[in-house]
Ligand binder design. Structure first.
Ligand code: NDP
Length: 295
């Protein structure tokens, strides 16, 4: 029978948005500044358009100003960088987000490097990532999805220090920064990727698992150490005849099985997903606070 506690990302994200709403209002009343987030969307990928729309809605819901630029698929890298420069120089913008992936004719590095690190609310600038990796340095921003994973562990009082953690996946946006964050929190971290032999043997030792792979139900209950805490970042569509859309979303971890072995598990949807946007809002607010020296 299921015994794991459900880590309710939707509920925690709502709490965080309420906290942000209060702080945004406080700042506005005290110094007349409203935090602003600029989003640049290039091309017409449906999923990207949905993410951008959700980010805009989330800004509105907490009182953060949002600015949006949509550029056609065949725009040049220089055109995108020109908008980034404008936002870099615009004092009403405290965060700049370039929705990824960019069209394939653009060099992602050149574009992300153009974002002022003081406004890099996605935390993808190499200088922010470098500082995240270095001891005794602090990044100005931490990437939103991994930050959301750690925030869930904190809010559910999961001890990280001294624990064995396994991160499955090593992407620049989730796996790699998640591993760096866990290490900063004094976990002993292993990283599993597509070339890892016998991933289950490594996962079996973990007290904490963060999975960011993109393979539906890859991690089975039998892979888990009893009592482990599972943070499932994966969002994977699988066919579902019962759903009107014809598909449903599942994580990387087989949820029903994990519930029988783990002590706590995030559901998909309703786990890490809502936290990502909450962390984006939080990064935008802290950027505005830092710029205006407001506590
Ligand atoms: P990427 O495709 O960039 O990275 C996937 C990683 O998983 C790679 O490091 C890859 O290894 C590894 N991998 C792939 N197959 C296996 C395997 N069979 N065994 C072990 N490792 C494997 O994905 P992202 O990091 O961008 O996203 C991962 C998942 O998280 C996706 O489902 C995505 O939709 C979701 N996501 C959710 C977010 C949220 O807000 N909740 C935000 C961002 C992503 P290698 O490096 O060797 O190729």
């Amino acid at each position: 029978e299921a015994s794991a506690k459900v880590i309710d990302g939707k509920m925690v994200a709502k709490q965080i948005r309420d906290e942000i709403t209060a702080e945004v209002l406080k700042m506005k009343e005290a110094i007349g500044v409203v935090p602003g987030l600029a989003v640049i969307l290039v091309g017409d990928r449906k999923d990207s358009a949905t993410y951008v729309r959700n980010k805009k809605k989330a800004c509105e819901s907490v009182g953060i100003n949002s600015f949006e630029v949509r550029l056609p698929e065949d725009s040049t890298e220089q055109e995108v960088i020109k908008f980034i420069s404008e936002f870099n120089n615009d004092p009403s913008v405290h965060g700049i987000l370039v929705q990824l992936p960019l069209p394939s004719h653009m060099d992602e590095q050149n574009v992300l490097n153009a974002v002022d690190i003081e406004k890099d609310v996605d935390g993808f600038h190499p200088l922010n990532i470098g500082r995240l990796a270095m001891r005794g340095r602090d990044p100005l921003f931490v990437p939103c999805t991994p930050k959301g994973c750690i925030e869930l562990l904190h809010r559910y009082a999961v001890e990280i220090k001294g624990k064995r953690a396994v991160v499955i996946g090593r992407s620049n946006i989730v796996g790699m920064p998640a591993a760096l964050l866990l290490q900063r929190e004094d976990a002993t971290v292993s990283i599993v990727h597509s070339r890892t032999k016998n991933p289950e043997e490594i996962v079996k030792h973990a007290d904490i698992i963060i999975s960011a792979v993109g393979q539906p139900n890859m991690v089975r209950g039998s892979w888990l150490k009893p009592g482990a805490v599972v943070i499932d970042v994966g969002i994977n569509p699988v066919e579902d005849a019962k759903s009107p859309r014809g598909y449903k979303l599942v994580g990387d971890v087989c949820y029903e099985e994990a519930c029988k072995v783990a002590s706590a598990v995030t559901p998909v949807p309703g786990g890490v997903g809502p936290m990502t946007i909450a962390m984006l809002l939080s990064n935008t607010l802290s950027s505005a606070k830092r710029t205006h020296n407001f506590q």
